[in-house]
Design a protein around this ligand. Structure first.
Ligand SMILES: *[C@@H]1O[C@H](CO)[C@@H](O)[C@H](O)[C@H]1NC(C)=O
Ligand SMILES: *[C@@H]1O[C@H](CO)[C@@H](O)[C@H](O)[C@H]1NC(C)=O
Ligand SMILES: *[C@@H]1O[C@H](CO)[C@@H](O)[C@H](O)[C@H]1NC(C)=O
Ligand SMILES: *[C@@H]1O[C@H](CO)[C@@H](O)[C@H](O)[C@H]1NC(C)=O
Ligand SMILES: *[C@@H]1O[C@H](CO)[C@@H](O)[C@H](O)[C@H]1NC(C)=O
Ligand SMILES: *[C@@H]1O[C@H](CO)[C@@H](O)[C@H](O)[C@H]1NC(C)=O
Ligand SMILES: *[C@@H]1O[C@H](CO)[C@@H](O)[C@H](O)[C@H]1NC(C)=O
Ligand SMILES: *[C@@H]1O[C@H](CO)[C@@H](O)[C@H](O)[C@H]1NC(C)=O
Ligand SMILES: *[C@@H]1O[C@H](CO)[C@@H](O)[C@H](O)[C@H]1NC(C)=O
Length: 432
């Protein structure tokens, strides 16, 4: 193992030895029990000169606060790694990931806990507030069954705060880099993963955005990584189409968060955006800017069914200016930065009301025209929210094959397979 940043942090490599609190303390790894919001937690800061380290270098590590094994099933321990990455403007930056260690790793040996399967799970936190970062919110109570279920299969789970310290939702370049560097960090962390570990990505909706961008950027940015696969559902290939579609519908709250998040690393564009907000009336700047301090669910309730373009003095036209459009061009359209090099499973509801299925069809066609290996399932039933549940079991089965080495015997390893399926295990009540 090579640590470019060893000058910053030398003492955290534990290898396969037993991980105890005292062994962590003796190695300088901090252990605290109270989860604190990132905006108030001094741990979420970078050491001096971090810019000189290579992307993926671990800069800080600690046991994740909050006694995670007591709240997340099938988990033996969880660690926070703060690592170097590269932001949407290709400047040195950093992010935090949580590495969840399974109770019984696949391929555990009698001498230790060497695991051979790692799932990078990109959770869609969809917020412009850094305090919605999953490294904090999951310790503070947010949960879904995917994580304990994945741990129960013996997989290690990487769970990155891919929006970074400025909560740059949904800036594709930022998010893709942060995912790739989180995987570099966990693979080198010494918490039980071996050089022969197989790894795959999984993400739905906002989690598919960061996963897809990671896959597109991988060949150029992290050429040494060799993913076994990627499962992406409810994909969102074109941010403009999604923004236009959701204004006025159930998901309208994603629009203030998305506009504030995607401009978070571009001060001039953020200043322009804010300057175009109305200051009085029902649709005013104060209400719009609340999006900076709330999570996805709160925003969903606050802005539901509102025409978000009403907040702007010039309406939608205020966003159709080069200062904003250039950011969308760089960070908002999939299919232009690279081609996924790994087997990919795409699942999407034909009636998805957050991103039109035509955008997904076009993205898959684009990848397939240059020999990507994709299984694309279009579900005839269900909404965007339904498909998250309807696709869950299919994604798990597919991921099992790429992570246990049986993919080639169960799926076509070349070209694309496109299917219409009808899987309605769940119909959400919150239909638009
Ligand atoms: C378990 O991992 C070791 C070390 O990476 C590897 O050599 C071995 O083949 C693996 N065993 C199984 C059964 O996968
Ligand atoms: C542990 O994982 C298994 C298999 O994925 C799952 O069935 C079980 O519900 C999980 N346990 C908990 C407590 O979540
Ligand atoms: C990636 O891993 C696969 C499966 O282990 C292997 O066949 C392939 O040669 C590897 N590719 C690279 C670029 O290392
Ligand atoms: C995204 O959607 C917009 C609005 O429909 C369209 O004008 C644009 O060409 C699309 N962009 C890309 C890169 O596909
Ligand atoms: C802004 O809008 C909210 C409702 O969205 C309203 O309660 C508040 O009074 C408005 N503020 C101004 C200055 O008009
Ligand atoms: C907001 O203020 C402007 C300028 O004072 C005024 O022309 C406009 O009527 C006000 N709008 C509302 C909805 O109060
Ligand atoms: C891998 O997982 C798939 C899907 O569950 C299963 O069909 C297959 O038997 C497994 N193969 C091995 C080698 O465990
Ligand atoms: C899936 O259904 C659409 C109509 O909704 C049809 O145009 C398309 O050919 C079908 N694709 C496949 C692979 O059957
Ligand atoms: C969900 O809705 C679809 C379309 O109306 C229907 O075919 C399917 O049976 C429903 N599934 C469940 C579990 O209710």
């Amino acid at each position: 193992m090579m640590f470019f940043g060893s000058l910053l942090f030398t003492s955290f490599v534990l290898g396969a030895s037993a991980v105890t609190i005292s062994s962590l303390r003796s190695r300088g790894i901090t252990y605290s029990t109270t989860p604190t919001p990132p905006s108030q937690d001094p741990w979420y800061t970078v050491p001096a000169n971090f810019e000189n380290t290579a992307p993926g270098t671990i800069l800080r590590v600690r046991v994740a606060p909050g006694n995670i094994p007591s709240i997340i099933g099938n988990c033996s321990q969880a660690y926070h790694l703060l690592y170097r990455t590269t932001d949407a403007r290709y400047r040195p930056s950093w992010a935090v990931t949580t590495l969840y260690v399974p109770l019984s790793p696949t391929n555990a040996t009698s001498s230790g806990s060497t695991g051979d399967a790692l799932l990078s799970y990109q959770f869609p936190y969809n917020s412009a507030d850094v305090d919605s970062s999953p490294s904090y919110t999951w310790a503070a109570g947010v949960q879904s069954p995917d994580l304990p279920n994945a741990l129960g299969l013996g997989w290690y789970v990487n769970f990155p705060d891919f929006e970074g310290p400025l909560a740059a939702f949904p800036a594709g370049i930022q998010e893709g880099h942060a995912v790739l560097d989180s995987i570099r960090a966990v693979l080198s962390s010494g918490f039980g993963l071996s050089p022969s570990t197989r790894y795959a990505m999984w993400g739905y909706s906002g989690g598919s955005v960061s996963s897809t961008w990671a896959a597109e950027l991988q060949a150029a940015y992290a050429p040494e990584l060799n993913f076994s696969g990627m499962a992406i559902g409810g994909i969102v290939p074109n941010v403009t189409n999604t923004f236009n579609l959701i204004s006025g519908n159930f998901y309208a709250g994603l629009l203030p968060a998305g506009l504030l998040g995607i401009t978070a690393q571009y001060p001039e564009a953020r200043e322009y955006l804010v300057s175009r907000l109305k200051i009085n009336g029902t649709y005013n700047a104060t209400t719009f800017l609340k999006s900076l301090d709330i999570d996805f669910e709160t925003g969903n309730i606050l802005y539901q069914y509102q025409d978000i373009f009403n907040y702007f003095i010039g309406g939608k036209a205020d966003l159709e200016v080069p200062l904003i459009q250039d950011i969308f061009n760089a960070n908002g359209y999939q299919g232009y930065h690279g081609i996924p090099q790994m087997p990919t499973f795409v699942y999407k509801a034909i009636h998805d009301e957050l991103s039109p299925v035509e955008d997904s069809d076009a993205l898959v066609d684009r990848y397939c025209s240059v020999r990507a290996n994709i299984l694309y399932q279009r579900n005839t039933v269900g909404s965007h929210l339904d498909e998250d549940s309807n696709g869950d079991a299919r994604a798990f089965e597919w991921l099992k094959t790429v992570l246990n080495g049986s993919y080639g015997s169960q799926y076509s390893t070349e070209g694309c397979t496109i299917q219409n399926v009808t899987v309605g295990v769940w119909n959400a009540t919150l239909l638009v």
